[in-house]
Design a protein around this ligand. Structure first.
Ligand code: CO
Ligand code: CO
Ligand code: CO
Length: 313
């Protein structure tokens, strides 16, 4: 039998588990780690930590205590390991949390991330299933990091494109989370490996609603569309498309690269927030004040046959 204090567990595909301690405090627990997405070890550490912290922000919670989880080959230069851990440490400090230890095991391929414990009021966390008819959908951070990472691996991305992707992936979702809890929201998740449409599908399915996504409003890294048109697309995008295809209505005339972009697996992506329409303007204004790039990309309507209407408008 489930413990009654477990407010969010494994039954919903939410970003974190939530455990109620008392009437004013609940613990938020997450764990995330992955293989290097960029060559520079310090940046990799920053991106991995920002990604791990993001699952706590996606619940509308504050990260408090972090632990490193890492796998390194015995042959890896200790200086490189130090740089990865320094990148992670710096992000934890930026998040206002503490790093309290961790664990490393031997492995052929390096991996790094954090286990994060956060705090939230037991009635004030924001799950991924609470979207309501009449809500609008706000997305932070531009899409396309998976495509740019693929271009980087293929030696095609320019230094400025590489830098832009690193800056986006390293950015904490802290400001976005602060704006969201200040203004109020019905549902939230962060955009990661399943791509925009994969995470929209989870959110729409959890709430039994249909979400209309306006492709022409999607924020994106400018170069990503060009690479997508050249076929520079990560393998995960195809799996994501296969996964959402039967629950999505794709409007006629959509360019293939706009579909690829919407299925592009993101590394440390932004927050997708469902909030009542009357909140939208205030939320976007507060995001701007906090220097968080954000756009209104869709709306929530009564459940139709498809969970997602991906529109050529
Ligand atoms: Co997540
Ligand atoms: Co995660
Ligand atoms: Co959430």
């Amino acid at each position: 039998m489930q413990n009654e204090n477990l407010l969010v567990g494994i039954e919903t595909s939410d970003d974190a588990a939530i455990y109620k301690v008392n009437d004013t405090l609940a613990l938020v627990q997450t764990l995330d780690f992955f293989t290097p997405v960029v060559d520079d070890p310090y940046h990799f550490g920053q991106i991995a930590a920002a990604n791990s912290l993001s699952d706590v922000y996606a619940m509308g919670a504050d990260p408090v205590i972090c632990m490193n989880i890492a796998c390194f080959p015995k042959t890896l230069d200790p200086h490189i390991i130090g740089e990865i851990l320094r990148g992670g440490y710096d992000k934890v400090i930026e998040a206002g949390a503490v790093l309290a230890g961790g664990h490393t095991v031997d492995d052929k391929e390096p991996k790094y991330g954090l286990s994060v414990t956060g705090f939230v009021h037991p009635q004030k966390f924001i799950a991924n299933k609470g979207a309501k008819e009449g809500d609008v959908l706000i997305l932070t951070k531009p899409l396309g990091t998976g495509i740019i990472n693929t271009a980087i691996k293929g030696g095609l991305a320019s230094p400025s494109e590489t830098e832009e992707a690193i800056r986006i992936m390293s950015e904490l979702n802290r400001g976005a989370k602060e704006a969201m809890v200040t203004v109020g929201a019905n549902a939230c998740t962060d955009i990661t490996g399943f791509g925009l449409l994969g995470h929209v599908m989870e959110m729409a399915g959890g709430a039994q609603v249909t979400m209309r996504i306006f492709s022409k409003r999607l924020p994106m890294i400018a170069a990503a569309l060009n690479y997508a048109a050249m076929g520079i697309i990560p393998e995960g995008a195809y799996a994501n498309l296969a996964h959402v295809q039967c629950g999505t209505f794709f409007e006629e005339g959509l360019a293939q690269e706009m579909i690829d972009l919407a299925c592009d697996p993101q590394t440390s992506g932004g927050l997708l927030i469902a909030t009542p329409k009357e909140n939208a303007e205030a939320l976007l204004a507060l995001m701007e004040q906090k220097h968080v790039s954000a756009a209104c990309i869709g709306e929530v309507v009564k459940k139709e046959e498809a969970y997602i209407h991906y529109l050529n408008q």
